[in-house]
Design a protein around this ligand. Sequence first.
Ligand code: ZN
Length: 427
Amino acid sequence: MRPWPAPAVPVLPGRGEPVLLHDTSTGARTVAAPGPRARLYVCGITPYDATHLGHAATYLAFDLLQRAWRDAGLEVRYVQNVTDVDDPLLERATRDGVDWRELAASQVELFATDMEALRLLPPASWVGAVEAIPRIAAAVRALVARGAAYALPPAPDQVDHADGSPGDVYADLSADPRFGQVSGLDRDTMLALSAERGGDPQRPGKRDPLDPLLWRAARTGEPSWDGGTLGAGRPGWHVECTVIAVDDLGSGFDVQGGGSDLVFPHHEMSASHGGLLYSPPFARVYAHAGMVGLDGEKMSKSKGNLVLVSKLRAAGVEPAAVRLAVLAHHYRSDWSWTAQGLDDAAARLARWRAAVAVGGGEAGSLAAQAQEAVLADLRSRLADDLDAPGALAVLDAWAAVTLAAPAPGTRADLVADAVDALLGIAL
Ligand code: ZN
């Protein structure tokens, strides 16, 4: 797929610090990428409800990471998928009486427009599940061949159940001694989360209730593709990400990112498939963004309380204010979107802009030194597990001092460039 256009990123004087990230799999802080390359995979959307604030917050977190990496002199390679065929997309298309391909294409387009408006760096490679199906099917066949996957008997509703075609194919988790290392969860929690998040632990015939779907055999009324010896069908979600990530970034890439609701089963399963298909580990670091609620309630499709970036934009909200409202919260925390938070962000943006307009000072002046201090402090806040609230506090303090003793007619270009390059906000 063709990603959205990249925003301009000013090059700053000097160099940022190595970025430390909290790794979900170890619970410790670690250097996110030792360099000189930094390889990032962030799970993309299923295009049927784009782009709510939860999506935006996750992609913004990993946008900050890329900006800090680039500032630290690393060469960044960023890959994102689009799950453009999956159960929720097909269900929504059926409910709304639209073709699933048209629904996906329109939501992908909307998502790209939102990402561009929010000034997110686009992935170098943006890959749809549909275009990757031949490669994913080959990976599933490889897992079957090495005894790490098995087919169930054909289901009665399968299109070709009578002709001896295999049934749905599942991964055999007992083949993976490393299973569980990403999430570190106990089995009861895994079972509960599997049921809650798209797994099918109740399905009869599986060797282990947790075994995840790799290939769903064709059903009447559902799209399907040739899977060779797998029969006609479509891939499961976890193996989709495994293949798209490793094909581009190589096994042992630096950071697997996503929302915290993807820790289990999604990232656990993707890592399991990856570890068996290629040389482990699948990724070095697993980083997760918190969940965004609305006015204290969980934001969800079922509750119908999604806040969409496109709706905010249509209502005339400046995307930079949306960005700043999100960055006021640490990426790992769970938080709630409120109208007050957005108002606060707009006021903060106005204060920073007012300060930039009068905060340059002459060369060698206190104002000029203050700008250099701001750049150094922003760099160290972001290198510290992407402490965006800390970075905002640095800028608030600078703006307060600058507005109290302005130097009219001198623009604080260094601060403006730093905020643009590191936080993605044009002042
Ligand atoms: Zn994924």
